[in-house]
Design a protein around this ligand. Structure first.
Ligand SMILES: *Cc1c(COP(=O)(O)O)cnc(C)c1O
Length: 427
C-alpha cells in the first residue's frame, strides 16, 4: 500500500511541487501532505487507510459534509444528461433565480468556475463601469490569484501595492491600493488622495484568509459609505462567507447590501462553480449587453450547477442547519479555549458561525499585522499532534477551520479532547 510520502514523491515527478494548489503541500507545517481516498459526512480517509475528522471541508464548500446524498444524486442525474454543452441550460436560471431572490443586492448574476475568476471579473466590471483605474483592497484579504489581487502593502507611507508574487508587474501592483483591514482612517486617507481614480473597494466581510478576522463594529458600513460617496463600487467578496456565516451570507448577517457580490465555494456544493452579481444596471455593462468582456467555456457547467442547486436548495429548506452549526461551533470554540488555558498556551480564538481560527498568540487579531504575531512553530506542532490523533485541520495558521452539518456532537467532543492533549504537547 502506498504511503502519503510515496504518493507525494511520485506526484512531484509530474506535478509542479507535487500539488495543484500550494497550501496542500503542508509546507507551512513542515509535514507531508495527506493524499485522500474518500470522504463521507464529517470524515475523510487517506490512502494509508487513516480516518480523520475533517475541519477543512475542501476549504469551505462542504457545509453539508462530504458526499451528501442529495448532491450526489443531483450530480449523477446531471452527468447522465451530458457533462457540458457550452450553451444555456434551464438549471442555470434556476440557480441564478434562487440567489437573486434571496439577496436584494443581486439583481443579475453571472456564473463562472472559480472564485478567482469571479473576483477578477467583478474588478474588471468595477473598472469598466466607472472608467477608473484603481482598486482598493485590504492586506490579508484573499480575492483569488489574478495579478491585480496578488499585491501586498507597499513599503513607506504610500498605499500603492507591491507585487506579492513573481510575475506580477510593478505597474499592475501600483493600480491596487492596499490598506490595513479594519482601518477606516486609512480608507478615508486613500479616498482623499486618489478618490477620482478609484473604481472600487473589495473586501472580505469576515476575513478568512489570514485566519478568521472579524470586522470591527462599523467597519463594513464605513467601507460601503466612503466607497459610494466617492462614486466607486463596493464589492463584497463572499466566496468564503457566502451561505456559510448565515443563509444569505455576511451581507444578510450584517444587513449591508454591496454593489457587487462575489460567491464561490458553498454555491458549487463541492464542484467548480462561482458567481458574481449585483445591480442590474451594473451587470448590464457585461458583454454581450455592454462593453466589459467576460466569458468561460465551462461557465454554468450543468454538473456544477446541479451540485450547487442541490446544496442551496437543501440549505434553504433546512434553516435549522445554521442554528445547529452555531451550537456545534460554539461548543468547539469553548472546548478549544479551555484546552489552551489548561495547558497555559497563549491562544486567541476568532469565530463567525462555523468558521474559526485558533491563533497561537494572546490577540486581539484585527488585521494582518496582528495575525502575523502568531507562533507558527507552535501551530505546526499542534497541527501534527492533531493529525496523529485523527483530526484534519487546515495546514496553516492563517486559514479558517470549518464545521459542517455532518459533524456530530461526538465529533466535536473528540476534537476537544484531542486538542487538550495537543495543546499540552506543544506547550
Ligand atoms: C477561496 C477564495 C477565493 C478564491 O476562490 P478560488 O475558487 O480558490 O479561486 C476568493 N476569495 C475568497 C474570500 C476566498 O475565500
Amino acid at each position: 500500500m502506498a504511503t502519503n510520502q510515496d504518493a507525494f514523491e511520485e506526484a512531484r515527478r509530474y506535478i509542479a511541487g507535487g500539488v495543484n494548489s500550494p497550501v496542500r503541500a503542508f509546507k507551512a507545517v513542515g509535514d507531508c501532505p495527506i493524499f485522500f481516498a474518500s470522504g463521507y459526512g464529517s470524515k475523510v480517509t487517506d490512502i494509508e487507510g487513516r480516518e480523520y475528522i475533517d475541519y477543512v471541508g475542501s476549504w469551505g464548500p462542504h457545509i453539508l459534509g462530504h458526499a451528501h446524498e442529495k448532491i450526489i444524486t443531483a450530480i449523477t442525474r446531471a452527468a447522465k444528461a451530458s457533462t457540458s454543452f457550452g450553451a444555456p441550460t434551464v438549471a442555470e436560471t434556476t440557480l441564478a433565480k434562487l440567489i437573486c431572490e434571496e439577496l436584494p443586492g443581486v439583481e443579475r448574476l453571472r456564473l463562472c468556475s472559480s472564485g478567482t475568476e469571479a473576483c477578477m471579473s467583478a474588478i474588471r466590471l468595477a473598472r469598466g463601469a466607472t472608467r477608473r483605474r484603481l482598486i482598493v483592497k485590504f492586506a490579508g484579504c484573499y480575492h483569488g490569484h489574478a495579478d491585480s489581487m496578488l499585491v501586498g502593502a507597499g513599503s513607506g507611507a504610500l498605499t500603492f501595492g507591491s507585487p506579492d508574487s513573481a510575475g506580477v508587474t510593478r505597474a499592475t501592483a501600483e493600480e491596487t491600493l492596499v490598506l490595513p483591514y479594519n482601518d477606516v482612517d486609512a480608507l478615508e486617507r486613500a479616498f482623499a488622495a486618489y478618490g477620482p481614480d478609484i473604481a472600487g473597494t473589495i473586501v472580505e466581510p469576515v476575513a478568512g484568509n489570514m485566519g478568521v478576522v472579524l470586522p470591527v463594529r462599523g467597519f463594513l458600513e464605513s467601507v460601503a459609505a466612503i466607497t459610494r460617496e466617492n462614486g466607486a463600487i463596493f464589492i463584497m467578496d463572499e466566496v468564503m462567507t457566502g451561505f456559510r456565516v448565515a443563509w444569505g451570507g455576511a451581507q444578510r448577517l450584517f444587513g449591508i447590501t454591496p454593489d457587487i457580490s462575489v460567491f464561490g465555494k458553498i454555491i458549487g456544493g463541492g464542484l467548480p462553480l462561482a458567481a458574481f452579481g449585483g445591480r442590474a444596471d451594473l451587470m448590464a455593462q457585461l458583454a454581450p449587453e455592454g462593453p466589459v468582456y467576460q466569458a468561460g467555456t465551462l461557465s454554468g457547467n450543468p454538473v456544477a450547477v446541479a451540485s450547487g442547486l442541490a446544496a442551496l436548495t437543501h440549505l434553504r429548506a433546512t434553516p435549522d442547519i445554521y442554528t445547529r452549526l452555531e451550537i456545534l461551533s460554539a461548543r468547539l470554540a469553548v472546548g478549544l479555549t479551555e484546552g489552551a488555558q489548561r495547558a497555559n498556551v497563549p491562544m486567541y480564538l476568532a469565530r463567525c458561525g462555523s468558521m474559526l481560527t485558533v491563533f497561537f498568540q494572546n490577540g486581539p487579531v484585527r488585521n494582518l499585522d496582528d495575525a502575523k504575531k502568531s507562533d507558527v512553530k507552535r501551530f505546526a506542532k499542534f497541527h501534527a499532534a492533531m493529525r496523529k490523533r485523527g483530526h484534519y485541520l487546515p495546514p496553516s495558521q492563517y486559514e479558517a477551520w470549518f464545521v459542517s452539518n455532518a459533524h456530530s456532537f461526538a465529533d466535536i467532543d473528540k476534537t476537544v479532547d484531542a486538542a487538550r492533549e495537543a495543546f499540552a504537547e506543544c506547550a
